[in-house]
Write a protein that binds this ligand. Structure first.
Ligand SMILES: *Cc1c(COP(=O)(O)O)cnc(C)c1O
Length: 384
């Protein structure tokens, strides 16, 4: 696998690469990487998703030959036929996870087997091929090994910088007929990212979308696919127009129950110590952060509960003082405290300060990810 002859794309000349082999992924090293000074400056203020590392991982799939030609190669634009299925029928899925540098310089990622399992649930729903777990985790290892100098070194506990990893799978067959593509490409790109909140952690305002829906019963809401995001963007614009940073979606059928945000799961904390989150369904994504916070809850004296939550219950609970904290969670921002829900005709208020349990959960999770607390659950996997 991947150790045989390598097909060089026509557009790239051989002399710019030096060829090295590593595990199952052949490494075509970029001999024109970003200069060290440029890289170090990017790592000081990386923003989010703006600057990419020198390499990317790639595995090719065809229906006849399966997954083949595993390689890490120079980061570069893709050459795709304008008739490639992904451009027309959005047969595409992705993942998102991070590589964290610990104090001793080692680099780790968090529960990647859950992302490996999830990309395959997404693949099954989008009629894309199953990717073996060793290829998924192998691609992360191979890429981070080569680009390890791009992983930021946190300067303090408040410095939440890391290397964001973005695996994705696209239907690349040149064919306009409507059926599952017979050719697929899987890539991993990566980018250094800084703290999601530049000015410290402040509760955000969230627009409750009661008319636009991102997912429905029998649909693709549980899959991590670009199409779900495309469906959420108008609502996101609506949120921005209302002065809100994010949008919250309700169930498509009745509009009574909370589903999730466009890219984050939702959690509430009750006065009597419950950590409540909507139970998984067709229209809710099984977040690794969500799962991990539910798993950590008992150690912080919280009782994890997965069940339906109606907007009405939340409104009344927040007003009566039974629901005391609300937050959104996902890999990118870890935990985002929610200060206010803005809807047509009412608001739900949780105050200007992040909740106490919200911040305890946040610190507990980050301490494990950055190696500052013992990883008693064996959640970390070493990448380099
Ligand atoms: C990725 C994602 C999340 C968060 O999942 P994590 O694994 O915690 O990063 C939540 N909702 C949606 C729609 C997502 O795409």
């Amino acid at each position: 696998m991947g150790t045989g002859a390598i097909d060089y794309p026509d557009s790239v000349t051989h002399h710019t690469w030096e060829r090295v082999l590593m595990s199952q992924f052949a490494v075509l090293r970029n001999i024109q990487p970003q200069p060290e000074l440029v890289r170090e400056n990017i790592k000081k203020a990386p923003g989010f998703g703006q600057y990419f590392t020198d390499h990317m991982a790639h595995v090719r799939y065809t229906i006849e030959e399966g997954w083949q030609a595993h390689q890490v190669k120079p980061y570069a634009p893709l050459q795709l036929d304008p008739a490639a299925a992904v451009f027309h029928y959005a047969q595409e899925i992705f993942e998102g996870l991070k590589a964290y540098r610990h104090a001793d310089g080692s680099i780790w990622t968090f529960r990647p087997e859950r992302n490996a399992a999830r990309i395959n649930r997404s693949a099954a729903r989008l009629a894309l091929p199953q990717l073996p777990e060793e290829d998924f985790i192998g691609s992360l290892k191979a890429l981070v090994e080569v680009d390890q100098q791009w992983v930021p070194t946190p300067e303090s506990v408040a410095d939440e910088s890391s290397l964001y990893l973005r695996p994705f799978m696209i239907a690349s067959e040149r064919f306009l007929g409507v059926r599952a593509s017979h050719e697929v490409d899987y890539y991993v790109i990566s980018c250094p990212v800084g703290p999601y909140f530049s000015g410290g952690i402040k509760p955000v305002s969230i627009w409750l979308s009661e008319t636009l829906k991102r997912a429905g019963q029998g649909g693709t809401g549980f899959a991590k696919c670009g199409g779900n995001y495309a469906a959420s963007l108008v609502a996101q614009n609506e949120a921005a127009a209302k002065g809100c940073q994010q949008v919250l979606f309700t169930d498509a059928k009745e509009g009574r129950y909370v589903d999730e945000l466009g890219g984050m799961n939702l959690m509430l904390v009750t006065k009597d110590g419950q950590l409540i989150t909507p139970q998984l369904s067709d229209s809710i994504l099984d977040g690794v952060t969500r799962r991990s916070l539910l798993d950590l809850a008992p150690s912080l004296g919280l009782d994890p509960v997965e069940r339906d939550i109606s907007i009405e219950e939340w409104r009344e609970g927040a007003a009566s003082g039974d629901i005391v904290e609300a937050f959104a969670c996902g890999t990118a921002a870890v935990i985002t405290p929610i200060g206010r829900i803005v809807a047509d005709g009412f608001t739900i208020d949780h105050g200007e300060e992040p909740g106490e349990k919200t911040m305890e959960l946040r610190t507990t999770l980050l301490d494990i990810q950055y190696g500052r607390a013992e990883d008693t659950n064996d959640w970390l996997v070493r990448l380099a």
